[in-house]
Ligand binder design. Structure first.
Ligand code: F6P
Length: 344
């Protein structure tokens, strides 16, 4: 049995732990041969493969990024031609099953290839934003939250030395999970998320009241957050665009300028950006990612194609791959209201 593996979409810490889990169990327990496809769906489209044996995954558990490379290539971009090329390349490399590690679009393509063309695919969900509804947690999220929390901790001390407002822009195009978790953990005074358009007057009131208590405010803003009546974030569901989603960085800087203008207090911005996606995964993410890899190769062993692994509570279960395309898991308004007791 030869099993292909690919990683697509934006990278996140923990992907290599998934690959290692797949390879270790696949080789040691099932006697499979593993084959890596490079750069997401570009690999199967162009027949670009790489060795994926136990030596290839040695030392990768704590390593960020993906040893297979990633891209946002859409296999359906060229219609039937793409599907034909994928099938030809899978046949050429004698691939019996394909494990796809990715977000909505990578897994959505796998679901379609399986449903419409019978390609034997298994999925592993991945996103730092933790907004896939099929699974309670995606690996990478915990690491991103820890990085953002540490940054907020550090910003508190410098903000207070200068008594200025520090705005921290974190990842979260459509959902505010990184913002709300890191903001609460880091003791932010304002947390702004895409799900809840914000009132600039209210933000300034919170900022001012924080200064009155002789502390300097930290404002955490998700990259996709917008003011009431502001332009909605440009649609980017099209991860297939090889140039990637529309870069979003900007709300933090805009907010700092507006706060400064309206309150007269000096305000600066820190954009955490890809720092949240790079580097070594947390222990939790290594644990979750490794288990995802072990369960994914079990799916292959059981012939459970068209399925992906998902975390429900503490259990890893199998759910249809098509669930990757379900509407995003957003921050519950009640949860946002719950944490707002710390605002101001
Ligand atoms: O979707 C994950 C994400 O990290 C977003 O938070 C961010 O806007 C986007 O990817 C960045 O994409 P790229 O890696 O193409 O810059």
């Amino acid at each position: 049995m030869r099993v292909g593996v690919l990683t697509g979409g934006g990278d996140c810490p923990g992907i290599n732990a998934v690959i290692r889990g797949i390879v270790r169990k696949g080789v040691q327990e099932y006697g499979y041969e593993l084959v890596g496809f490079r750069d997401g769906w570009r690999g199967p489209l162009e027949g670009d493969v790489t060795r994926l044996d136990i030596p290839a995954v040695r030392g990768t558990l704590p390593r960020g990024g993906t040893i297979l490379g990633s891209s946002r290539t859409d296999p359906f971009q060229h219609g039937e031609t793409g599907v034909r090329r994928i099938r030809e390349n899978l046949a050429k490399h004698e691939i019996d099953a394909l494990i796809t590690i990715g977000g909505r679009n990578t897994l959505g393509a796998a679901a379609r290839l399986h449903e419409e063309y019978g390609v034997p695919c298994v999925g592993v969900p991945k996103t730092v934003e933790n907004d896939l509804p099929a699974t309670d947690h995606t690996f990478g999220f915990d690491t991103a939250v820890n990085i953002a929390t540490e940054a907020i901790d550090r910003l508190h001390t410098t903000a207070e030395s200068h008594m200025r407002v520090l705005v921290v822009e974190v990842m979260g195009r459509h959902t505010g999970w990184v913002a709300i978790r890191s903001g609460l953990a880091g003791g932010a005074n304002v947390i702004l998320i895409p799900e809840r358009p914000f009132d600039l007057d209210q933000v300034c009131a919170w900022v001012t009241s924080r200064f009155k208590a002789s502390y300097a405010p930290i404002v955490v803003v998700a990259e996709g957050a917008a003011p009431v009546g502001g332009d909605p974030m440009p649609g980017d569901d099209d991860e297939s665009d090889p140039s990637g989603p529309v870069p979003l960085s900007g709300i933090g800087e805009w907010l700092a300028r507006e706060i400064e203008r309206r309150t007269g207090k000096e305000a600066r911005t820190t954009v955490l950006g890809h720092v949240q996606r790079g580097g070594t995964p947390s222990a939790f993410d290594r644990w979750l990612a490794t288990r995802c890899g072990l369960h994914a190769i079990d799916c292959v062993h059981d012939g459970a194609y068209g399925q992906m692994v998902a975390l429900r509570g503490t259990e890893l279960v199998r759910v249809p791959l098509a669930e990757a395309k379900a509407p995003l898991k957003t921050v519950d308004p009640a949860l946002y209201d719950e944490v707002s007791v710390f605002f101001g």
